[in-house]
Design a protein around this ligand. Structure first.
Ligand code: HPA
Length: 237
């Protein structure tokens, strides 16, 4: 069974050589996928990182993967660290999210009169896929934190220190602008889903810091390792 990797910031450099382009016509517009015989890749922000988080056509992305026959997704997210235990330059798997991003289409049930269901969200991220990611990571010297809670903001602006202080009191470990929407839609579509978050900065005011990002070459190194990890995990399962 084919799986898919959704890559974010920095992942475009890590498409394996020889991937083919494929345009899928979804119910919400065209989506460009990259694929080889085993895995499908989707670049969330498109080549060159030209689409900001609040303008991504998330419904088209998930619908296109569904049409391509994908039953399993590993999604990779750049985040800011709220918890001191996830230092910038390190990564972990998501366990829960808090979705505060309102200004975007975040459900497939948006037609008046359309039949719908209330999708259960007790376990938004697949425990089996998450556990396998952690195990595969161990085998490659890549330690992944577990069970992180992601708060999804609307963006594209970063947060104020007061907002981050509030998210911390809510139990959130990391902050980003995409996972809440993407995970909700994957769950509605019934696709098994896991999320890897890698920290590229301390969130605003954490440790009294100004927001400052790790260097590009560190981001490249980490996204390369995580994209390979996602691929190999999907192939092993
Ligand atoms: N805030 C929101 N999204 C982010 C951040 C951040 O600090 N870092 C990477 N994505």
């Amino acid at each position: 069974m084919k799986g898919a990797v959704i890559g974010g910031t920095g992942c475009q450099s890590f498409l394996p050589p020889g991937v083919r382009e494929r345009i899928v016509q979804s119910r919400y517009g065209e989506v460009l996928l990259y694929e080889d015989d085993d895995i499908v890749y989707l670049l969330r922000h498109r080549l060159g990182h030209t689409v900001p988080p609040h303008l991504i056509n998330y419904r088209a992305h998930i619908d296109a993967l569904r049409i391509a026959g994908i039953r399993r997704i590993v999604a990779i997210y750049a985040v800011g660290s709220i918890t001191e235990s996830l230092k910038p330059g390190t990564a972990g798997v998501l366990g829960q999210f808090v979705d505060l991003a309102g200004n975007r289409e975040n459900t497939f049930y948006s037609e008046p009169g359309q039949s719908f269901r209330h999708t259960p969200m007790d376990e938004p991220y697949s425990p089996t896929l998450s556990r396998t990611l952690i195990e595969e990571g161990k085998g490659r010297g890549l330690t992944l934190a577990r069970d992180l809670t992601y708060v999804c903001t609307n963006g594209p602006r970063l947060e104020t220190p007061a907002e981050i202080a509030m998210y911390r009191t809510l139990g959130c470990d990391v902050v980003g602008m995409t996972a809440g929407t993407e995970t909700s839609l994957a769950c509605e579509a019934g696709i098994e889903f896991a999320g890897i978050a890698y920290s590229i900065n301390w969130a605003a005011g954490v440790g009294g810091s100004q927001v400052s990002f790790i260097q590009d070459h560190e981001i490249d190194h980490l996204t390369g390792a995580l994209t390979n990890l996602a691929r190999n995990t999907l192939l092993s399962i």
